[in-house]
Ligand binder design. Structure first.
Ligand code: HEC
Ligand code: HEC
Ligand code: HEC
Ligand code: HEC
Ligand code: HEC
Length: 238
């Protein structure tokens, strides 16, 4: 537990908002502004273009690895969304008969072929988005440390439409950064398992039930990290 950055500091913005203003109305407004979006954002599931993209079918039933499409997630800060050409590789006109015979399937995947033919990208709506004043969220560092997509995005394999399953608030980031030192088994998995979300869900459940058994292996992963997860403001803010 850090002395420099105690837990009550999570309430800092709220306290600042309350201290800086007079009058009950503004105080209540301040409270709502800072306190409600966290809960409100969990479950956020924007509509997607065309028939959308179904992770339950592609990553779940068809078993495609996350990195087939989110190919930069291990080597850059940003996790990329695949271009229409990645989809077209399977959804080209010529492969329709092989993929699925039904007319419904053709119609539901027309938007993929139209985007590809028009050299356009499919206008996906972003689900997870940090505010601009958060300078640094590196996917590569987290993923190669052994933090699974599951810990931050939930069970994507069972989502026909992706939604936000975690609060993505500042205290959410910091709670993990702090607790991972004491209870690494609740977060860290072997690096080669990071995208195996079925395995990870079951493993993390067992680790919570029997921490003593799983802690030594997780502690080894923790000790192999370059740095401890940061809690200083500058690590995440300008
Ligand atoms: C066949 C390609 C493909 C595969 C495989 C795939 N995804 Fe995706 N993913 C997409 C596309 C396209 C989107 C954008 C549309 C959407 O949000 O539904 C997306 C969106 C997402 C988002 C939401 C991004 C945002 O806007 O915030 C997350 C999180 C995600 N994928 C995680 C995963 C994980 C975890 C896996 C592996 C279990 C995976 N994906 C496998 C294509 C893929
Ligand atoms: C590796 C091959 C492959 C890739 C790559 C792929 N798909 Fe698919 N997709 C399939 C298969 C197979 C089905 C049929 C599944 C079924 O219905 O049995 C399918 C089904 C679909 C459907 C119809 C599902 C429904 O709800 O009716 C849509 C829409 C779709 N894909 C969109 C996409 C998009 C968008 C991408 C790119 C981000 C993509 N696919 C990439 C193989 C692929
Ligand atoms: C430690 C938490 C964490 C982990 C682990 C994590 N993500 Fe993310 N992911 C986030 C956050 C936070 C954002 C929003 C980033 C932003 O706004 O800059 C995000 C955004 C995304 C996006 C949207 C990117 C865009 O530009 O639209 C995709 C896709 C994604 N993640 C996929 C994955 C996949 C696949 C994995 C596992 C290999 C993964 N993430 C692991 C927290 C995480
Ligand atoms: C589920 C656990 C978890 C969550 C949630 C999480 N992190 Fe981390 N984060 C880690 C771990 C573990 C490390 C240490 C990685 C290392 O040192 O190799 C880390 C390291 C970092 C680093 C240091 C990167 C570097 O180059 O050393 C930054 C910056 C960071 N996280 C930002 C964030 C932000 C911003 C969020 C919230 C949006 C977040 N993290 C959420 C586990 C998490
Ligand atoms: C591990 C990464 C991380 C660290 C370290 C961190 N922050 Fe944040 N901070 C965030 C994220 C992510 C958000 C955006 C939260 C949201 O969108 O709700 C945020 C939001 C904020 C906000 C806006 C109000 C709010 O809560 O939404 C303030 C003010 C702030 N941080 C101040 C600080 C100060 C001061 C420190 C150092 C004592 C600090 N932060 C350290 C990640 C971090």
């Amino acid at each position: 537990m850090s002395v420099l950055f105690p837990k009550w500091m999570n309430a800092f913005p709220t306290i600042a908002a309350l201290a800086g203003v007079g009058g009950l109305t503004t105080a209540v407004a301040g409270f709502w502004y800072y306190a409600t979006p966290k809960f409100w954002e969990v479950g956020y599931m924007p509509a997607q273009p065309g028939a959308g993209f179904n992770h339950q079918i592609h990553a779940g039933r068809l078993g495609m690895d996350c990195r087939y499409c989110h190919s930069n997630v291990e080597r850059s800060a940003e996790a990329n969304i695949p271009s229409a050409s990645v989809c077209f590789g399977c959804h080209a006109e010529a492969r329709l008969a092989k993929l699925a015979q039904s007319e419904v399937h053709r119609e539901r995947t027309d938007f993929v072929r139209e985007a590809y033919a028009g050299d356009a990208s499919i206008p996906w709506t972003r689900v997870h988005k940090l505010p601009d004043y958060v300078r640094n969220f590196p996917h590569d560092v987290h993923v190669s440390a052994g933090v699974s997509c599951f810990s931050c995005h939930g069970q994507i394999l069972s989502m026909p439409v992706v939604f936000q399953s975690q609060s993505i608030s500042m205290s959410w980031c910091l709670d993990c950064h702090r607790s991972v030192r004491e209870r690494p088994e609740e977060v860290l998995v072997p690096r080669d398992k990071v995208t195996n979300l079925v395995w990870v869900e079951e493993h993390l459940k067992q680790a919570r039930q029997d921490p003593g058994k799983h802690r030594p292996a997780a502690r080894l992963i923790l000790e192999s990290l370059r740095d401890a997860p940061p809690e200083n403001c500058g690590a995440c803010h300008y």
